[in-house]
Design a protein around this ligand. Structure first.
Ligand code: PLP
Length: 477
């Protein structure tokens, strides 16, 4: 497919930039470009066709099943977009006076109350722009808390080996060293290892529950208790909230702070790189350290305030406000009954698909799962030479997005499947049939699977090369 630059013809298309209606200002000449930018020149119809062609080459929730584990690729209701596009939300400027954005502040305040109720927290900041950014912010909260008590010895964060890769990365970015502890045979936290790791140098524990193999840890109260008794705090990675929302609350499991992925559980489109939102909630004793500004309300009038011992800003203004509007819309439409129903559906769908595949595919843990399950294709690889990568690639030929591959790291030849609640039984059955058919193919003709996919514009890119040496810039001949 040709690039826009390669389609460019001098004089084609037109400039749609209106004449300048504000006074020109003087720049330092060193900041000005020497010549006009070399942009592609293309007519509107060719431009439209270019993007339509690109769209046809990609895969989204509107194209088909998208069971990418740990990513919660649920359907995002269109009404969210309508609400986020309302001029009163979309047309504001963050430097406007508080009295002119009362509705927007009320929306943030309402969402904060609802999410605090869902998570069992007391206050929340919407500044973090993604899950990992929320983790980082939550860890700064923990840091500030220990500092405020003059406890400088707490330099370590305990992270189970099943954790999402962002957890240890965020902990080290926030200036902690990471202590990794192993999982037990049931896929949960090894309590003895946790007891051995927790001590006067423990700043806290980072945990997601259900964890990345899709299992709810039955020892959760004991886990958070061990950390608290050692003087540490407990951080909940809420990216997997889709499994539990409306049923159990991190605050009741003993967690002191959480982040949520509004762009996963609360239905903002994601996967293309943003914008996201990873709000951080905490118990009351951590609220003074939250980022500024926060929204407050007095006698029906909304305003902004700076928490007493704030960590400052982790992002500009209030974060990605329109993602918050989408989440608010989603929650208000589902309501008190719909929220738990959504997670019930997510768990039911995952178990249904797991049971249809069980026996044919090996499950990493043979038990009831939460919102996702992990298969291990180790035996298949040993017997036929067909890897998790081969199976994932072959799924593309059937119009299905592959599950998450080779994650979590503790499971070999892993495929991690998260169907979400928005898929019908028919879709799940079709997906199961495809998975089972590929297994037959692996036995009959393993060679052809090594070459899959057979129907996509790009089959097996050099992934390391693409990540390390991406070509992001067009060089005019
Ligand atoms: C997705 C995810 C994250 C990171 O969220 P981003 O918005 O991608 O930064 C962290 N933890 C878990 C368990 C996740 O699934």
């Amino acid at each position: 497919m040709k690039l826009l630059f390669e389609r460019s013809q001098p004089g084609r298309g037109q400039s749609l930039i209106p004449p300048c209606d504000v006074p020109a200002c003087d720049f330092d000449p060193s900041l000005l470009r020497a010549g006009a930018p070399k942009l592609p020149e293309i007519s509107e119809v060719d431009l439209g066709r270019h993007y339509t062609e690109l769209a046809k080459q990609t895969h989204g929730v509107n194209d088909g099943f998208y069971p990418l584990g740990s990513c919660t690729m649920k359907y995002n209701p269109r009404i969210n977009e309508e609400m986020a596009a309302l001029p009163g939300f979309a047309g504001i400027h963050p430097l406007q006076g508080e009295d002119t954005v009362q509705g927007c502040l009320e929306a943030l305040s309402t969402l904060e109350k609802l999410l605090c109720e869902i998570t069992g927290m007391d206050g929340m900041s919407f500044q973090p722009a993604a899950g990992a950014h929320g983790e980082y912010t939550g860890l700064l909260l923990i840091r500030r808390y220990h500092q405020s008590r003059g406890d400088a010895a707490r330099t370590k964060i305990i992270v189970p080996d099943s954790a999402h890769g962002t957890n240890p990365a965020s902990a080290s970015m926030a200036g902690f060293s990471v202590v990794s502890i192993p999982s037990n045979a049931q896929g949960g936290v090894d309590l003895d290892a946790l007891r051995a790791a927790a001590g006067p140098d423990t700043a806290g524990l980072m945990l997601t529950n259900p964890n990345t193999v899709g299992l709810f840890d039955p020892n959760i109260l004991e886990i958070t208790d061990i950390v608290h008794k050692a003087g540490g705090l407990c951080y909940y990675d809420g990216a997997n909230l889709n499994a539990i929302m409306g049923h159990v609350r991190p605050g009741d499991m003993g967690f002191d702070c959480v982040h949520l992925n509004l762009h996963k559980t609360f239905s903002t489109p994601h996967g293309g790189g943003g914008p996201g939102s990873g709000p951080v909630g905490c118990k009351a004793f951590l609220e003074p350290f939250l980022p500024a500004p926060r929204v407050c309300e007095k006698d029906g009038v909304y305003g902004l305030f700076t928490p007493e011992h704030t960590m400052g800003k982790v992002r500009s203004f209030y974060g990605n406000f329109l993602v918050a509007v989408r989440a608010l819309t989603y929650i208000l439409i589902l309501g008190r009954e719909g929220i738990p129903e959504a997670s019930t559906g997510a768990v039911l769908n995952a178990n249904y698909l797991m049971h249809r595949l069980k026996g044919a595919y090996d499950m990493s843990y043979d038990t009831v799962c939460m919102h996702e399950f992990v298969m291990t294709l180790e035996r298949l690889k040993r017997e036929t030479g067909v890897s998790a990568m081969d199976v994932a690639k072959r799924l593309l030929d059937f119009g299905m997005h592959p599950p998450t591959m080779y994650f979590p790291l503790i499971v070999h030849e892993a495929l991690m499947v998260e169907p979400t609640e928005t898929e019908s039984r028919e879709t799940l059955d079709e997906a199961a049939d495809v998975f089972l058919r590929i297994l037959e193919e692996a036995k009959a003709d393993p060679q052809s699977l090594h070459a899959a996919p057979h129907s996509c514009p790009i089959g097996r890119p050099d992934e390391v090369g693409a990540a390390r040496n991406p070509v992001l810039r067009y060089e005019w001949p």
